[in-house]
Design a protein around this ligand. Structure first.
Ligand SMILES: Cc1ncc(COP(=O)(O)O)c(C=O)c1O
Length: 334
């Protein structure tokens, strides 16, 4: 007889289901036509996120990819070079839209330090050379395993970029995780940037939505580009209401981080080669990625490929007993 196991889904922190409280808030949201005027619930969300990030204004967008694209679209002239960490989401996981639609020439940096930023982006080049205009940071860094950039590191990278005249965009899809892991406010981790994008649909558990933020004049232009990309929504307060509930759940991310720690040390004790997680992402090096993902799936543990490794992501829909169950299944079968 085939034993059916309940899958434990660790592919991403985007797989969470909105709970009753979130659904109730969505159903009860006060709404308006955000394309014509301004939806009041979206406006409340945008104001709250701008406050958390310490910037003038913010704009709800359907996805993190759209938030990044809008920022890059407005920062870059066609053919401008931009710097981003090797493996950055804007480089590898947004269909090349940074080049295709925003017109940028990508340049990957590894490692990202003030010295590598200045070496890559500074100095004179002949008139036919590339013009470098933007540094795009990512905190936490997904493909590196949810690694965190500290406040000091962040400040020195922004200062290096400024010293050679670059604008700075921060892909903060999981900036909340960095803030909780470091125990510092978001505003310190976004200090000095021109624009920042944060996701409500990852560890915070909203079904949809991100926010792109910066100066008031940036947001005026961002609203136009969002509409151009088909991201103008009408009664978007239904979605923004979920985002407002999600913002009350930032502290909960500490549970995801401790579950990731337990998972990593449990995997290690089973002989897996696992990097120390900094937040909610655990990367394991395995000899045969496809085979391992398949064997995991056979025992009802869903993981995803990332940077040639197995990626497990903890989130609000798995608790410590699920992590114990994952380790039990792997002890027996994989
Ligand atoms: C670092 C980072 N930036 C941006 C995004 C894009 O977010 P979305 O899937 O909402 O487009 C992701 C998604 O996983 C991400 O990990």
């Amino acid at each position: 007889m085939i034993e059916l196991v309940t899958p434990i889904d660790l592919r991403s922190d985007t797989v969470t289901q909105p709970d009753e409280a979130m659904r109730r808030a969505m159903a009860a949201a006060e709404v308006g036509d955000d394309v014509l005027d301004h939806d009041p619930t979206m406006a409340a969300l945008e104001e709250r996120v701008a406050g958390l990030l310490g910037v003038e204004a913010a704009l709800w967008v359907p996805s993190g990819s759209m938030g990044n694209l809008i920022a890059l679209f407005l920062h870059l002239e066609r053919g401008d070079r931009f710097l981003a960490p090797l493996g950055a989401h804007v480089l590898d996981a947004e269909l090349g839209t940074a080049a295709w639609l925003a017109g940028g020439m990508p340049h990957a940096l590894a490692p990202v330090t003030p010295e590598t930023v200045i070496a890559a982006g500074g100095g004179e080049s002949p008139y036919y050379g590339l013009r470098t205009t933007l540094l795009c940071l990512e905190n936490t860094h997904n493909a590196a395993g949810g690694t965190v950039t500290s406040v000091d590191e962040h400040a020195s990278l922004v200062a290096a970029a400024r010293s050679i005249g670059l604008a700075v965009h921060l892909d903060g899809a999981r900036l909340w995780n960095a803030s909780v892991a470091l125990g510092v406010p978001l505003v310190d981790l976004a200090a000095g940037v021109d624009t920042v994008q944060v996701c409500l649909s990852k560890g915070l558990g909203a079904p949809v939505g991100s926010v792109v933020a910066g100066s008031a004049s940036f947001v005026v232009e961002a609203r136009r580009v969002r509409k151009m990309l088909g991201g103008g929504v009408r009664q978007g307060g239904v979605l923004a209401a979920a985002g407002l509930v999600a913002l009350d759940r930032i502290d909960r991310l500490a549970d995801d981080h401790s579950n990731a720690d337990v998972l990593a040390s449990g995997l290690r004790s089973l002989g897996w080669e696992v990097a120390e997680p900094a937040t909610n992402i655990v990367l394991a090096s395995v000899p045969d990625l496809d085979k391992t993902l398949l064997s995991l799936r056979e025992v009802g543990v869903f993981a995803s490929p990332m940077s040639g490794k197995v990626r497990f992501v903890t989130h609000g829909d798995v608790d410590s007993s699920d992590i114990a169950e994952v380790l039990r299944r792997l002890r027996e079968d994989v």
